[in-house]
Design a protein around this ligand. Structure first.
Ligand code: FE2
Length: 293
């Protein structure tokens, strides 16, 4: 009888400097996923590194679906499903030669947690870009556990018991809306689930900052100006944070990340170029306060 061979992360994983972000390189993703223990090891790697990039040549959708199934049930977000795969959304567009480059820049996304406006935001996200932009473009993630750890003690004491409304608005995470819409309509600003500003990450047990993408979002119990000043202060800290991992969008790469413990952006992608992406939001979870209010 031969011993069962189980996945050994050290054979294919390269951690980024500082440990935030790691890269798995393998020439056969289907074979990698078929290895006993790989999907379980991936969950452990996500707890340790928060973002994993897997450099993989073209592979079977069933392999990505197997990873998605291990991470949790799909989130309720809309999007055309890849036929036969309930968890995988496929965006595909042919290049439009006359597309307006300014619209591409406006459609890029500022730092955000995916679907934070849901009562149960996804704990994980997957993006698999099949194509890559002609202009080099960088994805970035910020480690919100580390940002929280680094905050001054007085600021931690202020935010630890607070909760913030996460309003829903069309294209709320886009660079265009962020630039042009300085104030949400009052009824929208006050509508949506409220989540703790400091959440206990279900996958790591660590406290993590969990911010509404809108600086004018309502913090419960605060006047609008006070809310905006505090959220602006926190976002300024996040945007300037060195706890950032950047990675080029090169095509044929799979990004999997902890959506509670990180925020991410999306670089511009020219609509003149063809684009194909598989995407998933997984493991809906009610965010729990890291500290008793
Ligand atoms: Fe996103």
């Amino acid at each position: 009888m031969t011993a069962q061979v189980t996945f050994e992360p050290a054979s294919v994983v390269r951690a980024e400097a500082g440990g935030f972000g790691a890269v798995i390189t393998h020439d056969d993703f289907d074979a990698l996923v078929a290895q006993p223990g790989f999907a379980d090891a991936l969950v452990g790697l996500l707890a340790k590194h928060l973002v994993i990039r897997i450099d993989a040549p073209p592979f079977q959708a069933a392999s990505l679906a197997a990873i998605a199934a291990r991470l949790g049930p799909p989130s309720v977000n809309r999007g055309p499903r890849l036929p036969g795969f309930d968890a995988l959304i496929q965006f595909e567009s042919a290049g439009k030669p006359d597309a307006d480059p300014q619209k591409d820049r406006d459609a890029a996304q500022i730092l955000h947690h995916d679907s934070a406006g849901l009562a149960e935001p996804p704990a994980y996200a997957i993006v698999n870009t099949k194509t890559h932009p002609g202009e080099p473009a960088l994805h970035s993630w910020i480690d919100m556990q580390a940002v929280y750890r680094d905050l001054p003690a007085t600021l931690k004491r202020t935010i630890d018991p607070l909760r913030c409304v996460h309003p829903t608005y069309p294209e709320v995470v886009s660079a265009g809306v962020h630039r042009d819409l300085k104030d949400l309509p009052a009824d929208i600003r006050e509508t949506g689930p409220d989540h703790p500003l400091v959440v206990r990450n279900p996958n790591t047990g660590e406290p993590t900052l969990f911010l509404s993408v809108r600086r004018d979002a309502k913090i419960l119990g605060m006047e609008a100006a006070e809310s905006r000043a505090l959220l602006t202060e926190l976002w300024d800290i996040v945007e300037a944070s060195p706890r950032r991992w950047r990675s080029l969008v090169r095509g044929d790469d799979i990004f999997i990340w902890d959506n509670i413990a990180t925020v991410h952006d999306r670089p511009p992608f020219s609509a003149r170029e063809p684009r194909k992406v598989w995407f998933a939001n997984l493991a809906p979870v009610v965010p729990q306060a890291a500290f008793a209010a």
